[in-house]
Ligand binder design. Structure first.
Ligand code: HEC
Length: 256
């Protein structure tokens, strides 16, 4: 019994730890893998704005084309720039070394990024993390990229969507008059000035949600297929059970 309790605690605690973080201010990405229009938009945004630096090496063009109902010709015309075959994985042209030279750190592959930040069991947390990350850039004149990120302090990634969102201003922690020299540089929040980006706040939220939705799809392309298969498989098992039961009755009739 005690062993069981230990085991349960081991399984549940990381999940709870992850859940506690949510109250620290992760935004809800409201992932919906059934929303194909959102996934298609997300794929388009990803290719336009992220793919220059980040690869999706565990996803193949063909899989994307099939799952998101994008005709092969369109994928070949708009997504494949380097002459790769449609059956190839979505690696990108930028070499990891180049990225390292430019940003001091390589831009990680993003196929599994929503899983990397899921905090154990809490599967939607990884998506919320990436969504919040894309909404947490703020102006920082001391950073080489001109911005910083609340969620990933000193991130090497520039705010690639700044034209669309605008750049938020930092809100500093008020200095404590009782502690001389207390830091005024501690950022406790960010504020967006309306109208500095090309998109409204709601439009930017929708755009980043689409990107995150797409990344969740990319981390497990089979998820929707698996879900869609679940009901027919259960139905089959129930019918099959009924047949087996009838068969068993038939066999045992002669034995009794
Ligand atoms: C100009 C190159 C560049 C572009 C374009 C870019 N990124 Fe990044 N990104 C980086 C670099 C470099 C890092 C590593 C940051 C670090 O660890 O300090 C990074 C890190 C990240 C991370 C954090 C990964 C982790 O687990 O730590 C996420 C999420 C991310 N990028 C998402 C995106 C998305 C979504 C887009 C498109 C909207 C995008 N990036 C466009 C360079 C880029």
């Amino acid at each position: 019994m005690r062993k069981l309790a230990c085991l349960l605690a081991m399984v549940l605690l990381p999940g709870l730890a992850g859940a506690a973080d949510v109250t620290l201010g992760l935004m809800d990405a409201e992932v919906d893998l059934g929303d194909k229009a959102s996934l298609q938009r997300g794929a388009k945004y990803f290719v336009n704005y992220c793919w220059g630096c980040h690869s999706l090496k565990y996803l193949r063009y063909q899989r994307l084309s099939r799952d998101l109902d994008i005709p092969d010709e369109l994928v070949e015309k708009y997504l494949i720039w380097d002459g790769s075959k449609i059956s190839a994985p979505m690696t990108n042209a930028m070499r990891a070394k180049q990225a390292k030279d430019w940003f001091g750190t390589a831009a990680p592959d993003l196929t599994l990024v929503t899983r990397r930040h899921d905090g154990g069991l809490n599967l939607s947390r990884g998506a919320d993390w990436v969504y919040t990350f894309l909404n947490s850039f703020y102006r920082d004149d001391e950073s080489p990229t001109g911005v910083n990120n609340l969620l990933l302090p000193n991130a090497a990634m520039p705010h690639v969507l700044w034209r669309l969102q605008g750049t938020a201003e930092p809100i500093y922690k008020p200095a404590d008059p009782h502690t001389p020299g207390s830091s005024q540089r501690e950022v406790v929040g960010i504020r967006l000035v309306e109208g500095v980006g090309a998109l409204s706040e709601a439009e930017y939220h929708r755009m980043t949600r689409d990107i995150v939705n797409f990344l969740v799809y990319a981390s497990e392309p089979f998820k929707s297929t698996r879900k869609a298969l679940g009901v027919p498989v259960l139905f089959f098992l129930i019918v099959f059970l009924a047949i087996i039961y009838l068969l068993k009755r038939e066999y045992w009739k002669d034995v009794h």
